[in-house]
Ligand binder design. Structure first.
Ligand code: FVH
Length: 296
């Protein structure tokens, strides 16, 4: 074979259900890597650009599933997966579900797929569409479920993004995914509050941005310490900024918000938990005790 031609025969065929922003990005990377690709999307027009790149377009989800063993699902949510796969013959298929779901939804979907004679792998995508197929951007996917399926298809799954195995429990990929995304939303909330605070002053958001960014990076070092404290149960050794001091500072944050005409509704729930922990006599601790208050 000539050096620059793609050997399609050697590449695992992929069926992909869902051509939204993420599905289309995945599709483009498999096509570029020479994988035979069959696609289906509820709204057929979204398949046209991929057909032009060489994808086979199926008229129905059932037809797409029939086209090959490895079936990747990248639809909106768990309900759309049930709708799309209803009526498809899954026997002998390897289903990889990349839809963001809850751990319980992923476990139930794994059982649903297994009952239909297929192997199941759940995935939680840690990337936004422009990162897909760009290893330097650091995209990866948490996978859990069938170890056999993962071992067999790992190279194919690694084409659009790195693969991080988190165990046989099919709910684990979703658990890791939602845990990381929840932390991200907490960060977004803080960033929104910070930009709102400077809003009425003569400070340009682009002036604050690099300062905010490097401060958040510096503070992310606390994540590892929190983990160690949770594992050891020791919340008071080596504490640098104790809870009592931090609670004492909260009125300043509330007053600043008021002075700046900014709602403190994003800060207040966290401060409430800090005060509750302090009231329980934990003033010498780090902020880690808030984790225990959240666990119901
Ligand atoms: N995009 C992102 O930033 C995030 C990054 C992390 C992972 N998420 C999750 O990935 C799943 C797909 O997300 P997406 O970005 O592709 O989402 P959309 O662009 O909104 O496309 C949604 C596709 O789902 C199809 N769809 C919706 N409902 C149904 C249904 N009932 N039956 C069949 N298909 C359905 C929709 O089809 P259409 O509207 O074009 O007809 C799109 O193909 C998702 O779980 C994210 O949480 C993305």
């Amino acid at each position: 074979m000539a050096e620059n031609t793609v050997d399609h025969a050697a590449k695992t065929p992929v069926t992909l259900l869902g051509l939204g922003a993420m599905g289309a990005a995945l599709a483009r990377t498999w096509l570029a890597a020479g994988h035979p690709l069959t696609v289906w999307n509820r709204t057929p027009a979204r398949a046209e650009p991929l057909a032009a790149l060489g994808a086979a377009v199926a008229a129905t989800a059932a037809e797409a599933v029939a086209a090959g063993r490895l079936v990747v699902v990248c639809l909106l949510d768990d309900a759309s997966v049930a709708q799309a796969l209803d009526g498809a013959s899954l026997a002998g298929r390897d289903v990889v579900n990349l839809v963001t779901s809850t751990p319980a939804q992923a476990r139930a979907r794994a059982e649903w797929v297994r009952e239909r004679g297929a192997r199941y792998l759940d995935g939680g995508i840690m990337a936004v569409p422009p990162m897909i197929g760009i290893p330097a951007a650091g995209p990866y996917v948490f996978y859990s479920g069938s170890p056999g399926l993962f071992a067999e298809h790992r190279d194919t799954l690694a084409v659009p993004a790195g693969t991080t195995w988190v165990g046989e429990d099919p709910g684990f990929a979703a658990l890791y995914d939602v845990a990381l995304l929840s932390a991200m939303y907490g960060m977004f909330a803080g960033v929104a509050h910070a930009f709102a605070l400077i809003g009425e002053e003569k400070v340009a958001p682009t002036e604050l941005a690099p300062l905010l960014s490097s401060w958040l990076t510096a503070m992310s070092g606390s994540v590892a310490k929190t983990a160690e404290q949770l594992e050891s149960g020791d919340y008071t050794s080596g504490v640098v900024s104790n809870l009592a001091m931090q609670v004492a500072g909260t009125p300043t944050f509330m007053r600043t918000a008021e002075e700046q005409g900014v709602s403190a509704e994003l800060l207040e729930p966290y401060f409430r938990l800090m005060r509750r922990r302090l009231a329980a006599g934990s003033g010498e601790e780090d902020l880690v005790g808030v984790v225990d208050l959240l666990r119901r």
